[in-house]
Ligand binder design. Structure first.
Ligand code: ADP
Length: 271
């Protein structure tokens, strides 16, 4: 049979380049980590470019990418796999982690700290030099494909919410810090992603910078790059900037009327 048709990883291959604006030397560092098959942790707040970065890197390295959005109800079986009952009887279904380890994909576990602890422990044998995954229920000891690499994202801000990874998990990874891009870089990202004029993108970035200073003073998280892209997208659709900012930047991050009014007032100084 045709090789490509037979390739189960085909749906996980990224056909065209996901645009990514580097902020430091993260591309070269990730390439080196990939060459060494080192597990990598992308640290940073939500909406700062971690997912886009890993998509870009998978494309750049020509590797399939299996992404899992972790949540608190996720069990180790959701990640590793389980037996399913169908008309023909029972059959084993690889979970996304097993699939990636078997077929040599990059496996990206987004917000892994959300998952239950037994789920995080399941990744341990894959992240040391054994590179194995015991499939206990199936009675198989899977040796990871040589191309397999594990990448996780982690938001250090969540420590305040009593969510943290165990040291024994953290120490298995090399880590890259992601924060909000520098002013000019963020303007470039917002203008590129939405097609709005850079002068307008600059105002959106300035609003975000003011809101980020309020983090810890009534705001849990600042306005993210993702939210700026949303605001720019609305403006590109013809929404007036003031309404776009209220909808995409202010309302999502606060339920507190005083904070909402303060942020709305900040927006009106720009628009
Ligand atoms: P995270 O995974 O950190 O929550 P994302 O990668 O989904 O965040 O980023 C949110 C959006 O912000 C992306 O869809 C993209 O439009 C934009 N973005 C942020 N940083 C960058 C960057 N460095 N290059 C290109 N786009 C970026």
């Amino acid at each position: 049979m045709n090789e490509t048709l037979n390739d189960l990883t085909q749906p996980f291959r990224i056909a065209s380049e996901p645009w990514y604006r580097p902020v430091a030397d993260e591309i070269a560092l990730f390439e080196a980590a990939h060459a060494a098959r080192m597990p990598v942790m992308l640290k940073g707040p939500t909406g700062c470019g971690k997912t886009r970065f890993v998509e870009h890197m998978a494309w750049r390295l020509g590797k399939p990418l299996v992404t899992v959005a972790c949540n608190e109800d996720m069990t180790a079986s959701d990640l590793v796999g389980r037996f399913l009952l169908d008309a023909a009887g029972t059959r084993w279904q690889d979970g996304p982690l097993t699939f990636a380890a078997r077929h040599g994909a990059i496996c990206y576990l987004d917000e892994v700290v959300e998952a239950r602890q037994d789920t995080t422990i399941a990744i341990h044998p894959l992240t040391d030099n054994r590179r194995i995954l015991p499939l206990e229920k199936k009675g198989e000891l899977l040796r990871a494909h040589p191309d397999f690499q594990l990448v996780i994202s982690y938001n250090p801000g969540y420590q305040a919410l009593m969510k943290d990874l165990k040291q024994s998990t953290k120490q298995r990874f090399g880590a890259l810090d992601f924060t909000w891009p520098d002013h000019g870089v963020e303007v470039e990202i917002v203008a590129h992603e939405t097609g709005i004029d850079p002068a307008l993108a600059e105002k959106l970035v300035a609003i975000a910078e003011r809101a980020r200073n309020l983090k810890g003073h009534g705001l849990d998280e600042g306005i993210s790059t993702r939210m700026l892209v949303h605001a720019g997208g609305l403006i590109a659709q013809g929404v007036a900037p003031l309404a776009a900012c209220r909808m995409a930047l202010v309302r999502p991050i606060t339920d507190d009327p005083d904070m909402r009014d303060a942020l709305d007032a900040a927006v009106t100084t720009y628009f």
